[in-house]
Design a protein around this ligand. Structure first.
Ligand code: GUN
Length: 285
């Protein structure tokens, strides 16, 4: 970079998430009932325990009736499916979230497909994924929904823009591409088998990186002035937390960029609360 003064606008996910949560709390306070969210945590994975506590606290702060069910690591798949069936039938539960990953004896897909699609606040059920792919989104996965809110808050134009989604997971990449397409972007999905990834990235006006590979996207992969959204959260051996994008290099080229942490992460929880409200309203007609 010859122009050393050039630097991207930093997209403050923490602040945007705070505002989103405050607006949700106001809406929920005016409802006359409390939406219910139940989070199920199986086992003792420390990262999952931290996430679940954050979700529970944020939900309570928004006025949601939040409950966490903790099950032992040796829970069987039939036992977890029975718990899901009980929550499906419980009228006080509007949203069900089974925290992933699950222990190896439980098939995550079987559990996801057992959740009532009307209570699927993760948006992972094939019916909800299919509706989104079909352009009729209902309950949408929280992380890509959060990215759309960051783009809207930053007033990034999407209609006709070239958007590149790096990663094709069912949790982020695929639903992200569907949402960007729904916003009239011209969408490319790139992945580990894509030829000349750098060239694909350089064409993008909006680049969403969701591959889980620390600092893979370099500064010279980015079109000057592009918007860069970094979904990655990677822990380096030295303990540092970095995204999928080499932040300092990218920030020197991009027009706007999300930091890690403090970018996409806080929006994921805000969108879980929003999905809980969406499910609660839909269930009450
Ligand atoms: N584990 C990490 N992220 C998520 C998520 O968004 N939903 C669920 N259920 N588990 C997760």
């Amino acid at each position: 970079m010859t122009d050393a003064t050039r630097s991207a606008r930093v997209i403050d996910g923490k602040a945007i998430a705070r505002a989103t949560r405050a607006a949700l709390a106001t809406r929920i306070a005016g409802l006359g009932f409390r939406p219910g969210l139940t989070v199920v945590l199986v086992g003792e994975d420390p990262a999952s325990a931290v996430y679940v506590r954050s979700k529970d606290r944020a939900a309570r702060e928004a006025g949601i009736d939040a409950r966490t069910i903790r099950l032992p690591a040796d829970t069987t798949e039939p036992a977890l499916l029975a718990e899901v069936a009980r929550l499906n039938a419980d009228p006080t539960v509007d949203g069900i979230l089974v925290q992933l990953p699950l222990p190896p004896q439980i098939r995550a897909q079987a559990v996801i497909e057992a959740i009532d699609p009307a209570k699927d606040v993760d948006g992972f059920h094939p019916l909800n994924a299919g509706r989104l792919a079909d352009g009729r989104p209902t309950l949408v996965p929280c992380t890509p929904l959060g990215v759309m809110k960051l783009l809207a808050a930053t007033e990034v134009p999407l209609r006709g823009a070239r958007a590149l989604v790096l990663g094709r997971s069912g949790i982020v990449g695929r639903p992200m591409a569907a949402l960007l397409l729904g916003a009239d972007a011209t969408v490319t999905i790139a992945h580990s088998r894509t030829r000349d990834l750098a060239a694909e990235c350089r064409r993008a006006d909006v680049l969403v990186a969701a591959v889980g590979r620390p600092e893979m996207v370099r500064g010279d992969w980015i079109q000057p002035g592009a918007t860069v959204i970094d979904v990655g959260i990677n822990r380096l051996p030295d303990g540092r937390l970095v995204g999928d994008v080499a932040y300092a290099e990218a920030a020197a080229v991009a027009g706007a960029i999300t930091p890690v942490p403090g970018g996409v992460g806080p929006m994921t929880i805000a969108c879980l609360l929003e999905n809980t409200l969406t499910a609660a309203l839909a269930r009450r007609g």
